[in-house]
Design a binder for this molecule. Structure first.
Ligand code: ZN
Length: 395
């Protein structure tokens, strides 16, 4: 989930006008359909919390619904239990409350359509449900604020099926500093955050390093006894100065740790030009606020009409995957699209969950073997998850 991304309907027209036809081959479609496909970051829970929709059927809006996911070969999305980083949530019981409600809403989907969906809380579940032709709903918690400084809550959310925790979101919390937050309260992890990392290892909860500050990242790498994931991060190489993405030194540290980076599709994670577009929009808003001008509801849409949004392309997303592979190898990269979390900023060719065959076609065109592609679609993150499971069994 990215913040400050309320965009108007005009954008769709712009996207349509810019869209180029991408037709995956029968082979790409077959390979996608026959492979376990884990996307580690989809924001359905918060989307339907804000505006309810029955995603077990086709929906008019949003990036995810069951028919489109089936078409795209997506069979194991990690649904993001996303808790906003507002101060009104942190430390007041509200995060815990919201997290439980969002988990309830995922259970409701599975129970409403048990022929289509099942909750997955282990790698064994993912594999078994894939064989049964059911879509697994795995869960990751985006923002550790629902832990509220109490290890009992870590166990509680583990018992409810959450299998990774993004330690912080857009502001520093009681666990870690955020890459978006200029106040570096903890210079990395808090004392509680350090204990939490060890406890997460012990129970088999994956540590997600997306969103946290560089200092927090390196402290996690130092402390964690098991490989970590970056559930939805792209590369700083293509977005210089954007700490939310990972730089080459971090990738090298990730390789040593044995972890995996799951590439975020959002255009502003993929290219600098999309980033600057948002920066300029936000500057305009800040200026207006400073001058005491009240922003109209369609401010973003009007801005967008005048300044067409520079969507990233599928090829540019593939560049991120290529760079990880060139620098640290094929075993450390996967997919964390951020569908339903980045508004209307998705690249041309990757507009929703029906688009994965386009990505697979692109990988094939760049010379990736079937074995390589399977690693990217799920093999790498399954390995990391399994290592966490095995470590927990022994502790
Ligand atoms: Zn996010």
């Amino acid at each position: 989930m990215k913040i400050r991304l309320a965009l108007g309907a005009i954008a769709l027209t712009v996207a349509g006008a810019q869209a180029t036809e991408i037709t995956p081959s029968a082979k790409a479609i077959k390979l996608t359909q026959e492979t376990i496909l884990i996307d580690t970051h989809i924001d359905v829970p918060y989307r339907i919390h804000a505006k309810w929709a029955d995603v077990t059927k086709a929906t008019d809006d949003g990036d995810f619904d069951y028919p489109r996911a089936v078409q795209g070969g997506l069979n194991a999305p990690f649904m993001s239990i996303y808790i906003p980083a507002h101060l009104e949530f942190e430390g007041k019981g509200k995060s815990y409350q919201l997290a439980n409600q969002l988990i309830d809403s995922m259970e409701a989907i599975a129970q409403r359509a048990p022929d289509k969906f099942a909750i997955a809380s282990s790698t064994a579940d993912i594999k078994a449900q894939f064989k049964q032709g059911k879509m697994s709903l795995a869960m990751g918690m985006e923002n550790g604020s629902p832990i509220e400084g109490d290890m009992k809550n870590l166990q509680h959310f583990f018992d409810r099926g959450v299998r990774y925790i993004t330690l912080a979101h857009s502001q520093s919390n009681h666990i870690a500093d955020s890459s978006y937050d200029i106040r570096r309260k903890w210079k990395g992890l808090s004392p509680f955050g350090k204990k939490l990392v060890t406890e997460m290892n012990n129970i088999g909860m994956l540590i997600d390093v997306s969103h946290i500050s560089d200092d927090a990242f390196y402290q996690v790498i130092e402390l964690s006894k098991t490989p970590v994931i970056a559930s939805h991060s792209s590369l700083r190489k293509y977005t210089p100065g954007f700490e939310r993405n990972m730089d080459d030194d971090m990738l090298l540290a990730l390789k040593k740790n044995g972890g995996v980076i799951q590439i975020n599709f959002g255009s502003s994670f993929v290219t600098s030009s999309s980033r600057s577009w948002y920066d300029q929009l936000n500057n305009k808003k800040d200026d207006a606020k400073k001058q005491g001008v009240k922003l109209s509801k369609d401010f973003d849409a009007a801005y967008r009409a005048k300044n067409p949004f520079p969507f990233a392309s599928l090829e540019q997303v593939l560049d991120h995957i290529d760079h990880v592979v060139e620098l640290i190898g094929i075993d450390y990269v996967g997919i964390g699209s951020d569908y339903d979390g980045v508004g209307d900023s998705l690249p041309i060719g990757l507009k929703d969950v029906s688009s994965y065959p386009n990505l697979v076609q692109g990988l094939m065109d760049r010379g990736y073997s079937d074995t390589d592609i399977k690693k990217i679609l799920s093999g790498n993150v399954l390995r990391v998850w399994q290592q966490a499971e095995e470590y927990a069994k022994k502790h």
